[in-house]
Design a protein around this ligand. Sequence first.
Ligand SMILES: NC(=O)c1ccc[n+]([C@@H]2O[C@H](COP(=O)([O-])OP(=O)(O)OC[C@H]3O[C@@H](n4cnc5c(N)ncnc54)[C@H](OP(=O)(O)O)[C@@H]3O)[C@@H](O)[C@H]2O)c1
Length: 335
Amino acid sequence: MPGRGSGLERWRRRRPVNGVGAVKTRVLVPWQSVCDALGDLGGLADARLTVEVFTGDAPGPADLGDVVFFTVPYDRPFSTEPIPRLSGVRVVQTLTAGYEHLVALVPGGVTLCTARGLHDSSTAEHALCLILAAQRELPRWVRAQDGGRWEHAHTRSLADCRVLIVGYGSIGSALDARLRACEAETVRVARRPRPDQDVFGVAELDGLLPSTDIVVLITPLSAETRGLLDARRLALLPDGALVVNVGRGPVLDTSAILAETASGRLRAALDVTDPEPLPSGHPLWHSPGTIITPHVAGGAATFYPRAADFIVQQVRRFAAGEPLRNVVAEPMSGE
Ligand SMILES: NC(=O)c1ccc[n+]([C@@H]2O[C@H](COP(=O)([O-])OP(=O)(O)OC[C@H]3O[C@@H](n4cnc5c(N)ncnc54)[C@H](OP(=O)(O)O)[C@@H]3O)[C@@H](O)[C@H]2O)c1
């Protein structure tokens, strides 16, 4: 049985149905494999907590009042549709590392948990892929191959470059390890300085940009980071520098990077853009020296089994009354 303080017990005490303590409650998970792995919740079947699949491919079922734990399906068209109808929900678990899109949707008093850590390998790998593709001019060779042309030329490299990681968090540190393995020099920036980890605070960003070969944006989107890399800061980068964005599109000023790439002074490799999706015909698609991928960094194959395992463990923690992982918003005191 779950302990007295478990999320499930608290919910049942708060929401008696017809005065009866034992209320059937539901957990929604996005994949059948998670449902199967949870089984009878390791002997907690008596808790009357049932696990069901909501894939996010279609709107949720009509009656969601007994859902206490809701997992937001990853990158599906109806992922967030049920949230306003979850009248009894205690925990909303997103499968994205960023959660700015959920803040207005999830009511106060509900615990919001993210997928921090689950996207580290996939996103860092994609950032490295973009950097290498840009430095070694992969698009040029693919276009030449399409035309059957042997266009021999030498390119830039990644080794010996100075790479500025703006947003040295979970993904930033995974990228740092990969860049160092490629013999690049990394310079780390976070919101606040961490001298023990050689991390600069963002207040020092302007002084770091002029000696940077490659700048990678991997911050969350917030009021502070919106437009962080604007025209003034881009102008501080040396000629030929590469701007990579795998965080959120609006952290980079679109008009400013367009002007810099159109003139050929800077290059760009962007997994995220502003707007998103980037409309057909948008000038960024064909701006010189620009590589664009359609926000696919985090969702590579390695993410899914890790995410499934994480949800299984998170639901078990919830049912057993243990502390949840990756909590970014908790109920107000007294909840
Ligand atoms: N392209 C994709 O598919 C994809 C996939 C996953 C995630 N993402 C994006 O990546 C972001 C980061 O994920 P994460 O898991 O690494 O998050 P995280 O561990 O929370 O790290 C975020 C880092 O950003 C730093 N930061 C925040 N505001 C900043 C500012 N104004 N200037 C400089 N640095 C700032 C934080 O600094 P402090 O440590 O000092 O607070 C922290 O180190 C997510 O929020 C999401 O937007 C994109």
